[in-house]
Design a protein around this ligand. Structure first.
Ligand code: SF4
Ligand code: SF4
Length: 625
């Protein structure tokens, strides 16, 4: 198991690990003492890996309520002289940006490494942003590993660099590095047993404007030192024969380039860069000299390409530089060896010297049935969406449903068509306020999961109360951050390390925020839930309904571990009128239709009983296992 390798004191042993697991291993080797995160694919497994062994190796691991808090916890630990790591996905970096950009002014003491995983495609995100921009904006060095082995190696290097420069360091992964497995050589366990101590220095740590002016000067000096350090960074190198055409590849793209050259059966000079920012100017200039053409391979934006062009111009090197901005590499989506081979072939004028090698393998060309994501059988969110729709139907004045980020996003698909907008963490309530204040006359409902509510839903709810927005907020409380792998949150009553903690009730928080109408209903009591939502919509002012039922996957997992099975439901064909309401308005995946006959798959059915409640003919009933 990957977890076993995290603490294995066997330097030099080669094991198979994911990129995220390798980062966790690197952090443990580097002697990290505090690790924090908020779950977000593709970065979630970094903290869950560390948390799994945290007590064993003396690390404090925390799922914070959002990325900004996670960063601040890690940052303060670093100011106290110990090593700290914070992990997030690219969108989480937006949340930390405020504190992160100022942390470059204070600098750090114990090494502080922020590991971010970008999602270039994007596979599981609402956009594909390039976190290297934050690194440039903050004048904070950014390193990029090219495979899981380098992901392990680069983390201790990043901690050492952070302490020598007194700056936080960003380590940028992409989804392919995070989730691919590779051969990883274990390094030395370098436990750092330091006594945490915060030495007061208001001129440094209290960044008011006069102090900021001083610290800006300091940061510029440190950034110049960082640029110098990158000239000899050991994971940057030049390889291959000399020639007219060269390739510069960042991070994972180095692996793509190597594979692409293998596909084409050629060799070319390569500058492999694992320092994304600052760009090592002398190293790049040395590589460019003598080249006529150079392809820059990077994901997501042409940041290195622009840097390379600027260096060529400043140094008077007559080389044509190609990349994402010139259209030689597509400007969107993630790369792969085929795309890179096509670009190299085109620029180098090779045509396709080995026809067929660039063609996709046959298996990939096969037509594969497309499956849309869906809410699981017995998912309480399905009942919540169904109830909102029914309540809006009863009121019969239309309705706008502002959605949020979480596993309940799968409710967008038919037949639920559960929400009309979905932007970013916490946006549901803020946007619902906006629709109301814009004068929209329809009922306005915001839906938000409890984890997202803790992350970013509380300030907009206070805003709704403060500005008297007549909106209804339905909080889908299933007690877990399910989308990203069932991480605990304040509603779970457990922390990242499995310790029992005080369970926070979202309804109490809503009342404390000043909401006068707050009702809690079991998501599976559909009649009650519809009533509560209808009353909330009719309430003149902000109103909250907490639709609460534990995530079906967690509930079923517990049953299975006890050797039990849920009692499933079945359709009585003598009663069923084939009205299809259970399919067309509810759509539990355990229910299907064949030759006009509705049936329930007893192995998928979790026995939630909601379909029995909505069937107008009372044709669905619980049966023995
Ligand atoms: S809702 Fe009831 S009556 Fe209608 S199709 Fe489903 S099982 Fe049959
Ligand atoms: S009881 Fe009905 S709604 Fe619940 S899981 Fe079974 S088939 Fe689906």
């Amino acid at each position: 198991m990957e977890t076993d390798y995290l603490t294995l004191d066997s330097m030099g042993k080669r094991v198979l690990m994911t990129g995220n697991g390798a980062v966790a291993r690197g952090a443990i080797e580097a002697g990290v003492k505090v690790a924090t995160s908020y779950p977000g694919t593709p970065a979630s497994e970094i903290l869950s890996s560390i948390a799994a062994v945290a007590k064993k190796v003396g690390i404090y691991a925390e799922w914070s309520i959002n990325e900004k808090v996670a960063f601040e916890v890690a940052f303060a630990a670093s100011l106290s002289g110990i090593r700290a790591l914070m992990a997030c996905k690219h969108l989480g970096f937006n949340w930390i940006s405020d504190a992160f950009l100022v942390s470059a002014y204070t600098g750090v003491n114990g090494g502080l490494v922020v590991v971010v995983s970008d999602d270039p495609h994007p596979h599981s995100s609402q956009n594909a942003e390039d976190t290297r921009y934050y690194s440039k904006m903050g004048k904070v060095p950014c390193l990029e590993p090219s495979d899981p082995d380098e992901a392990r190696k680069i983390i201790p290097m990043a901690f050492d660099l952070s302490e020598s420069l007194q700056l936080p360091i960003v380590v940028r992964l992409t989804s392919r590095i995070s989730h691919s497995r590779g051969d990883v050589e274990l390094g030395e366990m370098r436990r750092k047993d330091r006594e945490p101590k915060f030495e007061k220095d208001p001129k440094r740590y209290a960044v008011i404007a006069p102090h900021a002016r001083e610290r800006h000067l300091w940061l510029n000096n440190q950034y110049a030192k960082a640029a110098e350090a990158m000239e000899s960074f050991p994971l940057n190198w030049i390889e291959g024969p000399r020639g007219d055409f060269g390739i510069i590849a960042n991070g994972l793209n180095y692996s793509y380039v190597k594979e692409a050259l293998g596909i084409l059966g050629i060799e070319a000079p390569i500058l492999k860069l694992s320092s994304a920012n600052p760009i090592p100017k002398r190293l790049v200039a040395n590589f460019l000299r003598g080249l006529k053409e150079c392809l820059v391979v990077e994901e997501i934006e042409p940041i290195t390409e622009e840097g390379v062009k600027a260096i060529a111009q400043a140094e008077g090197i007559p080389v044509k530089v190609y990349g994402r901005s010139t259209g030689h590499i597509p400007l969107q989506w993630e790369l792969n060896p085929d795309i890179v081979a096509g670009a190299i072939s085109k620029i180098a004028g090779l045509g396709n010297p080995r026809p067929g090698l660039l063609a996709k393998p046959k298996a990939v060309q096969l037509e594969i049935g497309r499956r849309t994501p869906f809410l699981c059988a017995g998912c309480p969110h399905r009942a919540s969406y169904y109830s909102i729709k029914q309540a809006l139907r009863r009121i019969n004045k239309g309705g706008i449903i502002a959605g949020d980020r979480g596993c309940y996003n799968q409710g967008i698909y038919p037949p639920l068509n559960g929400y009309d907008t979905c932007i970013c963490m916490g946006a549901s309530i803020g946007m619902a306020c906006g629709f109301y204040k814009a004068g929209v006359k329809e009922p306005i409902v915001a839906v938000i999961g409890e984890s997202t509510f803790f992350h970013a839903g509380i300030p907009p709810l206070i805003n709704a109360v403060h500005n008297n927005a007549n909106i209804t907020v339905v909080i889908f409380d299933n007690s877990w951050t399910s989308m990203t792998g069932f991480q605990p949150n304040p509603a779970t009553g457990m922390n990242a390390m499995g310790e029992e903690t005080r369970r926070l009730n979202v309804e109490e928080i809503c009342k404390a925020c000043g909401v006068e109408f707050v009702k809690v209903v079991d998501s599976f009591k559909v009649g009650e839930l519809i009533e509560a939502i209808e009353s909330a919509i009719k309430f003149p002012g902000p109103a909250v309904v907490v639709s609460r039922h534990e995530c079906a996957v967690r509930e079923m997992g517990r049953l299975r571990r006890r050797g039990e099975r849920p009692r499933p439901y079945a359709v009585d064909p003598t009663r069923c009128t084939a009205c299809k309401i259970c399919l067309s308005q509810f759509g539990c995946p355990a229910i299907s239709i064949e030759d006009g006959k509705i049936s329930i798959d007893k192995y998928s059915c979790t026995g939630c009983g909601v379909c029995a409640q909505i069937c107008p003919s009372k044709a669905i009933a619980q049966v023995e296992v």
